[in-house]
Design a binder for this molecule. Structure first.
Ligand code: ATP
Length: 513
């Protein structure tokens, strides 16, 4: 645990030191759970967004994009259920005065049971060696079964109590499990209360006529209210999807995990409209497709798992999270939800407009069902960044800090370095920059010894360093150094473009899906 905490602290400080993420308004001591993306962060974030957009929109004939406004008519949020039900159950500790989400306290308790299971698996794997069968062990080991049953029973009870608005039982559950305040250990809790997460604001100049608005808490509703417009103008045939990326705002009760849980964040969502009755099939397809997208980035199959929901949101008939192993444990990275016809129907009722589709194949009008994939861009950023940050022991006994970002996402693809700042080498290096910058984000660096520059680029996540030396002037060759292996090769300047392209091309990465 201490190690993980240390690792997480390193992630946060590295993100600042290398120009990825700054605290918002830092000169005024920051604003809680609000962050700014710096010179490298903005590139990484854009690359993640593009990687998603390419896979979700441009590679699918039947999925189109949208960019809806953040402000929406306030009735939207009445219809969607957010005004009445977008609440989190909060609980205060009377001694430490700290506020928590009651469901998160309970989920973290269950998370500890999962960790115990993982430890049992690791122990057994060591004991049995090659003969170890994980599936069989999970299904038969009494201790593991005990932890699993206990965890499932807790989540089931919590789900039921939250669904029935039985907040007294949620508190009772916390007490029965002996959950203490994570900071102080105190078990002196207040009652559990509901807290609405939407930020309110006003539209209009005069106090009497101003209209109460909300900052959107999810991007999905912008898609639902545009369903008919897009379907008709795009002549879309079911099944089809509408995707968008954009800001969402939630007044989170607890926001202590860097960019994992922010009050202003960005979502990448896709709503897939299907014929009623086929939603289960599409839900399974999208679960599989989204996991493949994650795996294509090569960040380790063991770092992902599905978590099927016990407690379903008011709009869903099935829901699953793709969880990722963050430095603080497995947590939700993306949600795949079968949202039924809840949203479109609700908007029909509140607007009085039909949101239906005429299906020529079965000669029927209906309100489509929806399967949604919803991922937090900032959370994806954290997953990529924290997974990539590594300390490596080198053969000579020293260590290096290297940010092994998937090269397709790296902010800068190559750094061009003249070995020395004289003898015409900077001019050649600059020429290479001028040439490559049409295709890739590249940088020029001439300060410090070349070894120091390599380390700086390793820590910033740049996959290639290209060094121009005196031989370059005669043979038109440069040394290319690979970030991950530190291997160095002599190549012709004309080859650089194709070497880099092969490695960073979105196509080559997405083909792994
Ligand atoms: P959580 O249970 O962690 O609060 P959620 O289930 O409310 O998340 P959804 O409403 O399903 O989240 O939102 C879809 C995705 O948006 C999440 O999987 C997550 O990646 C991202 N997301 C949600 N809330 C935040 C936040 N406060 N900060 C950053 N990303 C967020």
């Amino acid at each position: 645990m201490a190690n993980n905490e240390d690792q997480f602290k390193k992630v946060v400080s590295h993100a600042k030191e290398y120009g990825y993420v700054f605290q918002s308004s830092e000169i005024y001591d920051g604003l809680s759970a609000v962050y700014d993306y710096a010179q490298n962060g903005v590139e990484l974030k854009k690359n993640i967004r593009n990687y998603w957009w390419k896979a979700m929109v441009q590679m699918h004939e039947n999925i189109v994009g949208l960019d809806a406004a953040i402000f929406m008519h306030p009735t939207t949020w009445k219809a969607s259920g957010h005004v009445d039900a977008f609440n989190d159950p909060l609980i205060d500790n009377k001694d430490s005065k700290k506020r928590y989400r009651a469901d998160v306290l309970i989920e973290d308790y269950v998370g500890k049971l999962d960790t115990k299971i993982e430890k049992e698996v690791a122990k057994a794997a060591k004991r049995f060696g090659e003969a170890f069968n994980k599936e069989e062990f999970l299904a038969t080991n009494p201790r593991v079964i005990g932890y699993k049953e206990k965890g499932d029973a807790i989540l089931q009870r919590m789900g039921k109590s939250l669904e029935n608005e039985d907040l007294a039982d949620v508190k009772l559950l916390i007490e029965e499990l002996g959950i203490g305040c994570p900071l102080s250990g105190s078990k002196n809790w207040t009652d559990v209360k509901q807290f609405n997460l939407m930020f309110g604001t006003k539209l209009g100049a005069s106090a009497d006529t101003a209209m109460d608005l909300y900052l959107r808490p999810e991007t999905a509703q912008g898609i639902f209210v545009n369903f008919s417009n897009v379907q008709k103008t795009g002549r879309m045939k079911i099944p089809f999807g509408i995707a968008q990326t954009g800001k969402a705002f939630r007044n989170e009760i607890v926001a202590r995990q860097f960019i994992f849980r922010m009050r202003e964040f960005e979502q990448m969502e896709m709503q897939f409209f299907v014929r009623p009755g086929t939603q289960k099939e599409w839900y399974e397809k999208w679960k599989e497709n989204r996991l493949k997208w994650h795996l294509s980035l090569g960040m380790g199959e063991d770092n992902y798992r599905f978590h099927d929901h016990e407690k379903l949101a008011h709009y869903a008939d099935a829901a699953s999270d793709i969880e990722f192993r963050f430095p603080f444990g497995f947590k939700e990275l993306e949600g795949i939800h079968s949202r039924t016809d809840f949203d479109l129907k609700a908007h029909e009722e509140h607007s009085g407009k039909k949101l239906q589709y005429f299906d020529p194949e079965i000669n029927e009008h209906y309100v489509p069902y929806v399967v949604e994939t919803s991922i937090g861009l900032d959370r994806m950023f954290l997953a990529v960044f924290s997974n990539s940050l590594q300390e490596e022991e080198l053969e000579n006994g020293s260590t290096r800090t290297v940010l092994k970002l998937p090269s397709v996402l790296a902010p800068t693809k190559a750094a061009i370095l003249p070995l020395v700042k004289k003898d015409g080498l900077p001019e050649v290096a600059r020429k290479i920059v001028e040439d490559l910058k049409w295709d890739f984000n590249v940088t020029y660096d001439e300060k410090d010894a070349v070894g120091r520059r390599y380390r700086r680029q390793d820590a910033a996540g740049t996959p290639f360093c290209i060094t121009v030396d005196h031989d370059t002037l005669n043979d038109n060759s440069v040394t290319i150094r690979y970030r991950d292996t530190m291997e160095q090769k002599r190549v012709k300047i004309e080859e650089l473009r194709s070497i880099i392209k092969e490695d960073v091309d979105v196509k080559n990465w997405l083909m792994k899906m």
